[in-house]
Design a protein around this ligand. Structure first.
Ligand code: ADP
Ligand code: GLC
Length: 489
């Protein structure tokens, strides 16, 4: 099969979160099992390419006010995957991917509508795929254009679409006038289509116009059909629940493996854990800790700072948490209120809490390797990658039992020596504190702790299995469109 991926981020070219990791890794896993995969992303200022020579010179995008002319750059074939970049400097050659320090770019609707149309047009030149696999609201207009403006286009009629939700919290909601501006008909402003409380909702378009909807864990596939997690689209998802599929993300062990990681002080493995001690020393040094190390367990955090991630709970418990024998090491950036909160906490408890407000991949690896425990108290978490990385690094996750966190972490059962981490269910500070206390208690029994570490390190969340599940979904999407006749059983 030929699959075209369309997304707004892809490692190593652009990244703000886990979406980029997925778009960097899943296509490789699909290529490894024999599929042709092409990945399309915008070319941002942060995207470094060896070429500026376009493979498609000029694509005309007819917007209401005037035409825009973009081009496609080819980034080459890596691990069997072709990478293409939509080049339109007025929209993408900016410091941020989605926003400036004062907020979201006001023309995000046009930016990503142009991206979607460019992918459709470029595919006609570079090669029409069997599947468009579109990710999040930024690529959600591909199925919408395909079934409206392009419905009669003979070149694209036979392409099936799969839409993957990485996060229901970001939907791309814009005023109704957006429709004519980006060249979509007014009749899409209907409750059964893109209309959402009087506005236009791109994500909703993806959910309604794609052949199959997937999301990044089984648990989240159920959660988003409820009012608590559906961000007002639970009804839409519920209506098509037979075509909503949860496929767990994988972890890219080429990047995240303590046995081979070049970014950590010393490599180690489940067989020989000794290197982890050096990583601890290195981590404390990287965070500027100069006091004598008393060996207290280190609780690590690496995160985007957003409401989703549950850091409000820290404000409720920090006074009591710092009375425990532990150190908290925090690497993150994002919403100001959380940056300021962690800096305030560090100021109050400098011996216990070390904070770096930054986005720093090398440091993220050091936190994974040098910490004893990893905290993810998310309010919601579609999949979450860091807990999977933590498991591989023998850094025991403490997580809220939601979404992918619930699917990937098994509660420690001391009696049977089973389990890989610590979980809490209720979203409140007390429950988080209790889970941390359980973990700190377990940490004191060195033998038991090594069992938890090793149980986690043995877990295999590689992409191979998930890639095969995606292939089944692609086949189902093609069947849904009547493109392949299902086998008679
Ligand atoms: P989300 O996509 O919601 O942010 P994930 O757990 O899926 O959450 O993925 C987060 C990814 O971003 C991981 O690869 C993580 O290491 C990385 N990351 C998040 N914050 C930082 C940071 N401050 N510095 C470096 N990497 C970060
Ligand atoms: C989103 C989610 C995260 C998920 C990632 C990749 O950003 O917040 O849970 O792991 O996408 O699918």
């Amino acid at each position: 099969m030929h699959i075209v991926f369309a997304a707004s981020e892809c490692v190593p070219y652009s990244k703000t979160g886990g979406l980029a990791d997925v778009i960097g890794a899943l296509p490789r896993a699909l290529a490894a099992i024999g599929h042709r995969v092409s990945v399309f992303v915008p070319r941002y200022k942060e995207t470094h390419l060896n070429t500026t020579e376009p493979i498609v010179r000029s694509i005309t995008i007819p917007f209401d006010d005037r035409y825009r002319f973009c081009s496609i750059l080819a980034g080459g074939n890596h691990a069997g995957v072709d990478h293409y970049f939509v080049e339109y400097a007025p929209y993408f050659d900016r410091d941020g991917i989605y926003s400036s320090p004062v907020g979201d770019y006001p023309d995000n609707a046009e930016r990503f509508a142009l991206f979607c149309r460019a992918v459709l047009e470029a595919s006609k030149v570079i090669g029409v795929p069997d599947i468009f696999h579109c990710h999040d609201w930024q690529a959600a207009l591909i199925p919408v254009f395909l079934r409206s403006q392009y419905a009669e286009d003979p070149a694209l009629q036979d392409v099936a679409t799969v839409f993957t939700i990485h996060n229901m919290g970001y939907q791309g909601v814009f005023p109704p006038e957006t429709l004519p501006l980006i060249g979509l008909p007014w009749d899409l402003l209907a409750i059964s289509k893109l209309e959402f409380f009087g506005n236009v909702n791109f994500l909703k378009g993806g959910l309604i116009f794609s052949d199959i909807v997937t999301t990044v864990s089984r648990r989240y596939a159920q959660e988003i059909q409820t009012a608590e997690y559906g961000f007002s689209l639970e009804g839409v998802l519920h209506d098509r629940s037979s075509t909503v599929v949860g496929i767990l993300n994988g972890a890219d062990y080429e990047q995240w493996n303590p046995a081979t990681d070049p970014l950590i002080a010393k490599n180690y493995s489940a067989k020989d854990l000794s290197g982890k001690e050096k990583c601890r020393v290195d981590l404390l040094k990287a965070f500027g800790f100069t006091d004598k190390d008393t060996g207290s367990p280190i609780l690590g955090i690496v995160s985007r700072f957003a409401g989703q991630k549950g850091f409000d709970l820290f404000a409720q418990i920090i006074d009591r948490l710092v009375q425990e024998d532990m150190k908290l090491v925090v690497l993150g950036s994002g919403e100001k209120r959380y940056e300021e909160m962690f800096l305030r906490i560090q100021k109050h408890f400098p011996a216990k809490v070390l904070v770096k407000i930054a986005y720093d991949n090398a440091l993220a690896h050091k936190v994974e390797a040098g910490s004893d425990m990893f905290l993810m108290p998310s309010r919601y978490e579609p999949c979450g990658l860091n807990q999977m990385y933590s498991l591989k690094y023998g850094t025991v996750p403490i997580v809220r039992a939601t979404g992918g966190l619930d699917d990937t972490v098994d509660s420690w059962d001391a009696r049977h020596g089973k389990g890989t981490g610590f979980k809490f269910a209720d979203y409140n500070g007390e429950s988080l504190l209790l889970a941390i206390k359980h973990a700190l208690h377990a940490f004191r029994d060195k033998a038991a702790w090594q069992t938890i570490m090793r149980n986690g390190m043995k877990k295999d969340f590689s992409w191979e299995k998930s890639a095969k599940e995606y292939v089944r979904v692609y086949e189902r999407a093609r069947q849904t469109r009547g493109l392949i006749v299902p086998e008679v059983v």
